[in-house]
Structure formats: C-alpha cells, structure tokens
Design a protein around this ligand. Sequence first.
Ligand SMILES: [Zn+2]
Length: 386
Amino acid sequence: MAFTVKLYENNSYIKTFDAAVLSCEEKDGAYLVTLDKTAFFPEGGGQNADRGKIENVNVLDVQIKDGIVYHLLQKPLTVGDTVKGEIDWDIRFSRMQNHTGEHIVSGVIHKLFGYNNVGFHMNDRFITLDTDGPLTEENIAKIESEVNKTVFANKKINVIYPKPNELANYDYRSKLDITENVRLVEIEDTDLCACCAPHVAYTGEVGIVKIISFIPYKKGTRIEMVAGFSALNDYSMLHNTNKQAVNLLSTKREEIFNSIQKIHKDLGDMKAENKRISCELALLKTETFSLGRGVCAFTENVGYDELRYCSNSLIKENEYCCAFSKTENDRFIYVVASENRNIKDIVSFLNSTFNGRGGGKDFYAQGTVNATKEEIVNKLLERASI
Ligand SMILES: [Zn+2]
C-alpha cells in the first residue's frame, strides 16, 4: 500500500481537505480507513492524535504504521470515494501552541544550562517535561522570562528536511540514529529539534508560557507548563477560584494570601484554646480514687491529650497516676504517668490483667484496656495494698 501523503508535515494550518478512500476495514465495531492524503496528525512525538470528522463521521483515533496513516471511524466509508476531512481545529491549535511552547522552554533550558529534555508528556490541560539537570526557583524564573521574551519576539519557526549527508552540519536536540526523512523544527535563535508533530509558524502564536510547577525528578527536574489557550484556561480557573475566595473572605484579590494566613493562624490559636478548655473540663469532670501513694482517675469520651493533662496535674501531688477514659462499653484508653517513679511495672500489670495494649517510656505510657471501671479500680486497689 502506498504511503499516505501527510499534509500536516508541511502545512500545519490545513483544517479541511479532500482525499480518496484507499481502504476501509472493520475493527472491533469501528472502521480503519486509509486515505491517499490526510491532514489528521496521528499520535506521535508526545502529542495525541487529532480529533475531527471525515464525511461527518467522527474520527476516534489516528495512528501511523510503516508510513501509512490509519483513521479509526465510527462508520464505514466507500473505497474509491472522495471524502472531506475536517480537523477539530480548536483542539489541534491548542496542542500546537503547547507543543511549540515546550520546544521554546526546552531550547531555552538547553541554551542557558546545557540540559537536555529527556521526557515529554502532553495532555489537553498541561505539558510535563523532564530535564537531565537540577533547576532552582531562580533558574525557573529566568527560564520563564527568556521563554516569554522569545514568544513576544514573534520568531519564525521553520521546518527543515536535511539530506542525509547534510545532517552532520546540524546540531539539534532529540537526535535519533536515523538519517532518512529527519524533520527538524527550527525556532530562530532559540532551538533546533527533531520532531514529527505540527507546530505554529511564529512564536507569537504561542501567546504566553507559564511554568506552573517544578519538582526534582530522578537526577533532573520535572516541569509542568501551560501555553496559549491552555494558559488562558489555567488563568481563568485561578482567577475564578481567587474571585470566590476574595468574596468569601471580603478581601482584595492581591491580599488573599495574607487573609488566608491570618485565618490559618486564628484557627490554630482557636484549636489550641479549644484543646486547653477541653483539658480543663476533663480535669473538672474526673473522678479520682486514691491508691495510697498513687491515684487512679476516670473520665469519659476524651482523648490521650486530655488524659495526659489530667495525669500531669494529678502527679504533682501523687507518686503516679493511672488515668482512664471510657470510649465504649468495657473499653478504656489509659495514660500512666509519674514525675520520678518508673511506671513500667504498672503498665505491664494493666496490659496483662485487662487484656490491654500499650506502652511508652519510664515515666509516661499510654494504651487501651478491656474491663469495667469496677474491675479496674478493685484490681488497682488490691495491687496497691500489697
Ligand atoms: Zn515538536
């Protein structure tokens, strides 16, 4: 079968085209169609397959194999017919912006730091690219600034097909061990890279590039970025979120961080105050039983923090304290504490007598036991009297 003529390779702006149907075969309920020529870009170079219609039939996927482009369609087409193809231009153009933006970012990183792009992934919201060297916050700011200067300078983007014997004269990124049909995408004064995908013709069409995050990845950096309409969508999303937060907090949009920081601090203060009050309340509600030199204390429905607070208060006047909080029937959490008496023997006694679990250090331990209040008091009294 003849190679498909790839209209997108030399003109990435073709939105509609006429072509002859060369073959149509059913595959899993859909139809694989080949044409004599196509403007549909098949998945490749990190970019997804184009969407659109052929003779008003939805194109579900586009793949290339051995130079032939296969269009996966919902309905069959008649071999020999001339058909009209229509690319979903909004999606394609947005991808061209993102993809070209990625070339500019990779080119600027290569120029400024000598790093290579070693990974590239693109979805319809953002692009991920990996470098083989580390980058700092300052580096990223410099890269973003240089990239956008290149965008605003509206540099020409050229596609070059060097002859195999000329290839050695070109210093380009993404070099593979092939010499036939190498397609180079040149961004004037910025980048030269082997790539099969469609790009915009001038950098100005990229609109803007924003790096939204960067993290150390393997020995380099993973960057997430947006360009063009994706950047506009990202800005709109952030703007809407900011607007809602501004309204909710009755603040100014540039003040939002300060307002949230204040709420965060107030909330922390309130939690601390709330904890202090619940500890005080637990102590007030605590019922105590003297164990001679020690004391045991009971309360209900409080956590370890409150028990610890009660114990710390009670050990000021007692050698040790065993504090219990009932969490459910015949089940208690406990804290055992002392200022200077090693309490490990008491913890072992509680765990072994009441099927308990828990432990800690010489002067503090916590855990759970399964018993009734009476059982606990009686056994501890019995033990203390020995
Ligand atoms: Zn590319």
